[in-house]
Ligand binder design. Structure first.
Ligand code: GLN
Length: 313
């Protein structure tokens, strides 16, 4: 099916209207500041590989990127160390366990298995080739800005709330260190990781970041090559296997697209060569994935025949 902009705009508007009333799920509350965010917020954006932006609802509302950040730090590290080293040091397999599982680390003798569980993400942050903590952070925030096509900033309230309560992640970092899977000072990596999770984005930013992946690593709005095109399929493969943690299989079954969620309520879905969907709605299911965000991505995937595994006419 060809995707014309008018029908896409209508579908995006209708998707917001039809799922606004869904009240399932609840905001993440293990990070206290996230519990305070209004649950009714609902934004949806699609950015096409030619840079066209289609959006509705609260698509310009800023929210914390949280785990979706892991995709873009991975991009940076893949460009620096290459796919073979990434696969050996982090991995590309699902854990079948929740995103912050310590048991998964123990079960695999310290190997994080993939860059999207917290263990793999903190290890990925530790792999950024940096001269100092400031340099590590500067590379990460500028990479995210290049993906979004605008400079991004940290939500300091979320950062403080998360930094005050991230003892579990610090424990994960020490455990990785004990197994030889931590590549910089573990507390430095955890703090930079916590900061990267607290970056503010909008659904429109998220769709632009995804459209950069859909477009072979070139941001379609700025024309900048942000990640090597040969690394994009590696990133999308990781998203297909682990983007929504231990419910990634259900997501693939329903939506059929590489996706990534964050506990801030954001969800990204990428259609290679075509477009990306960025959705935002804070209430989460038991796995930590936005309820209305998943419904929105599924509706658009079905309506426009986006499922990667479906035969295209
Ligand atoms: N910052 C959050 C954490 O480390 C991110 C988790 C997520 O979005 N799934 O727990």
């Amino acid at each position: 099916m060809t995707i014309d902009k008018d029908s896409l705009q209508k579908a995006v508007n209708a998707t917001i209207a039809s799922f606004s009333g869904v009240k399932d799920g609840k905001n993440a509350d293990y990070i206290p500041a996230l519990a305070q965010v209004p649950s009714r917020l609902f934004g949806l954006a699609v950015v096409l590989a030619d840079g066209t932006v289609i959006e509705a609802g609260d698509s310009r509302q800023e929210f914390a990127i949280e785990s979706i950040s892991k995709v873009f730090t991975l991009a940076r590290v893949l460009d620096q160390i290459g796919p073979a080293a990434l696969r050996q040091k982090i991995g590309a397999d699902p854990t079948g366990e929740p995103f912050n599982s310590v048991m998964a680390i123990e079960l695999h003798k310290g190997k994080p298995q993939n860059p999207f569980v917290n263990a793999g993400a903190i290890a990925t942050t530790s792999l950024v080739a940096a001269k100092s903590k400031d340099d590590r952070w500067a590379q990460i925030i500028s990479t995210y800005g290049d993906f979004a096509g605008r400079p991004l900033t940290v939500n300091e309230v979320i950062y403080k709330s998360e930094a005050d309560t991230n003892q579990h992640n610090r424990g994960i970092a020490w455990l990785l260190q004990s197994y030889g899977y931590m590549y910089s000072d573990p507390m430095e990596a955890t703090d930079v990781y916590t900061r990267q999770c607290s970056v503010n984005i909008t659904a429109a930013d998220l769709a632009t970041m995804g459209a950069t992946l859909a477009n072979g690593g070139v941001n379609p709005r700025t024309g900048k090559q942000v990640v090597q095109s040969s690394n994009v399929p590696k990133i999308l493969a990781e998203m297909c296997m682990s983007g929504l943690y231990d419910s990634t299989g259900d997501w693939m079954y329903k939506v059929g697209l590489p996706g990534k969620s964050g506990v801030g309520g954001g969800i990204l879905a990428v259609v290679p060569g075509k477009l990306a969907i960025g959705a935002y709605s804070p209430p989460l299911d038991e796995f930590g994935n936005s309820v209305r965000g998943q419904l929105a991505a599924q509706a658009l995937s079905e309506q426009f025949g986006l499922n990667l595994f479906a035969r295209k006419a």
